[in-house]
Design a protein around this ligand. Sequence first.
Ligand SMILES: *Cc1c(COP(=O)(O)O)cnc(C)c1O
Length: 458
Amino acid sequence: MDELTRVIRHAAEQAAAYRRSLPVRPVARPVDHAALRTAFSRPLNRSPADPLTVIDELVAAAETGLVANAGPRFFGFVVGGALPAATAAEILAAGWDQNAFNAALSPAALAAEEAAGAWLKDLLGLPSTASAGFVTGGQAANTAGLAAARQYLLTEAGWDVARKGLGGAPRLRVVAGEERHATIDRSLRLLGLGTDCVETVRADGRGALDTENLRRVLASAPDAPAIVCTQAGNVNTGACDDLRTVCGLTHAHGGWVHVDGAFGLWAAASPATRPLVDGVELADSWACDGHKWLNVPYDCGYAFCSRPAVHADALAYTASYLTRADGAPVGGADYTVESSRHARGFATWAALRELGRDGVAALVDRCCSLARRFAEGLTAAGFEVVNDVTLNQVLVGFGDDARTDRVVQAVQNDGTCWMGATTWRGRRLMRVSVSGHATTEDDVDQSIAAIARLARTS
Ligand SMILES: *Cc1c(COP(=O)(O)O)cnc(C)c1O
């Protein structure tokens, strides 16, 4: 066997052995960061090392610092675990070493993105004519969507922002909910709009935009077009904004609706939860993640735009050495902020084929049903669930803030399952997110039992 085959096989076997260990491995454990650093740091060797030895050393060094988020009992951060075919497709993408910049560099990567993009639009209830950029995640997708919004509204106002920048530009309003995801603010910073310009809309009891308040905010300057940042899936409560109403109000003032649907947009993929994102097709740009609820490997997100030409005007560029062959698709780097890019389409294509349309719906339904099981089980154990569990997020209080923090810390140290903590409406809470394809009812029950046991002594 040649060296490359041996080392790829070896790495794949190591990865598979790790995955097999996940159901019984502690989800996380207290980490000795100094020891972990020592395991990696050594003087860089002067002469080449044997690839097989390098991989063995890497496996040994990483061992104590790996978090089992790909396993069935990781409930932090809205994180999923990569599906088998998606994982293997990712390994192929590395083996093929494709650059998804354009169709000259990887015709296959662009064709896979185009096909998977069409499936995604269908599953997520978006217009089939929308553009689909394969980006690094929700952050990049929010940046792409807001860049398209900025491009469109300023062009409408007679200002070429791509050439002139923002100095001296007509006023652009940015309206967003008080419980928006922090990545919206970073995108606004990167786009030169800054965060001071945000006109904040109150959240309703569920954590969605209060549409009456939005109506008032928009009416305060009815002639200035606004970018309205909405959310499908409040990162704490899972609540989805009333997109039909928001789109109606915003478009009446000539504005642009961006939907941050990093995980919540997947509600559209199941008939049971689709009403939560009713009207989603009316928006102008959408951000969604592959590496959260679709259970695709990192990193993978999607930036969709109802006006592909605006999307490309905001982000694409050309150069003397870049010409598009006849019939070659627009796509690749045209819809992202990167130039040379990872070929992300293969893993998404594989995940969607592996699950099929019914499998995607079943994944969404199962996670929602397991989230309700958490809520019922933890309530029955005497703890307080504070949100309306309409999607896959559960917020739990254990008395005062200090005790809640102690319980979360004890759960994280214990290793049976992993949950994070959050502050919502001034209160410290345990945040449970069910997003993994491998989680079963038994995993939820084991986790509830562990939490109840640890809460008794916290
Ligand atoms: C996770 C998340 C993001 C950021 O996505 P990344 O994939 O981490 O870049 C943005 N918005 C919401 C609502 C999220 O849940």
